[in-house]
Design a protein around this ligand. Structure first.
Ligand SMILES: NC(=O)c1ccc[n+]([C@@H]2O[C@H](COP(=O)([O-])OP(=O)(O)OC[C@H]3O[C@@H](n4cnc5c(N)ncnc54)[C@H](OP(=O)(O)O)[C@@H]3O)[C@@H](O)[C@H]2O)c1
Length: 209
């Protein structure tokens, strides 16, 4: 497969925020690649206060042929505002925890206003909720001849989100890709929109170090 058909994302670790250049070079070395498509700051870590330094480093890295685009992960509105205020450079992507029980409407709206692509991590709620067993979603799956996971992934796609489900099983990898040949109705989208419990399953970006 040509390298140009693979999109590789990697992230700057929290412990490396003061040395983004060294960390980036080490990542490329470990990956055995000439370039990455997207380089992200993994967490804002406001308790240590190095995110802007890290972001300035990523801006410099973006100016090299080794990096095609830069973004952030787990950044809330306050963290994004700080980067914008201090550097004026808008992240291409914000990769955040996002699934039907944690829909992040306000943050998505902010990102839309600033042309930041939102990428959903934990899109199936990481197997930590009853999402895939819900009768409402099972009924939609039966109607479309799809699995519940596909219904949830399609909900992300129809909201314009970039969705990155993880599976260790080849059959599920194929299943998770097969979501572009059907469409949820407006009513079905609204039903899933109504499942938001603003329930975060992962770490809190304001406190995570
Ligand atoms: N930026 C961040 O801080 C951050 C944090 C967490 C995760 N992520 C990234 O987000 C990506 C996905 O998130 P995630 O793995 O945390 O959560 P996820 O994709 O919501 O859930 C993965 C779980 O769902 C199962 N699964 C996958 N496809 C399925 C299907 N079709 N039907 C039923 N079960 C299915 C998987 O089991 P099997 O493997 O057994 O199929 C696995 O247990 C990963 O690539 C990860 O790197 C980023």
């Amino acid at each position: 497969m040509p390298r140009s058909e693979i999109f590789v994302t990697t992230k700057l670790r929290n412990s490396d925020q003061q040395d983004p250049h060294g960390a980036f070079d080490a990542s490329l070395e470990r990956l055995g690649l000439d370039y990455v498509d997207l380089y992200l700051i993994h967490w804002p870590v406001p308790t240590r206060g190095h995110a802007v330094t890290a972001w300035r480093g990523l801006i410099e890295i973006l100016g090299t042929p080794q990096c095609k685009s830069i973004g952030v992960s787990n950044f809330e509105i306050a963290h994004l505002n700080e980067l914008l205020r201090e550097t004026g450079v808008v992240p291409t992507v914000n990769q955040i925890e996002l699934h039907p029980v944690h829909q992040r409407r306000e943050l998505r709206e902010f990102c839309a206003q600033h042309d930041i692509v939102v990428e959903s991590w934990g899109p199936l709620s990481q197997g930590k909720t009853d999402l895939l067993e819900r009768p409402q979603l099972q009924a939609m799956a039966a109607e479309h001849g799809k699995s519940v996971a596909q219904i949830v992934l399609r909900w992300h796609v129809q909201h314009g989100l970039v969705v990155i489900p993880k599976s260790s099983r080849p059959a599920r990898l194929a299943e998770n890709l097969a979501v572009f040949d059907f469409e949820l109705s407006g009513e079905q989208m609204a039903e899933i929109d109504a499942m938001d419990e603003q329930r975060r399953l992962g770490l809190n970006p304001f406190t995570h170090e």
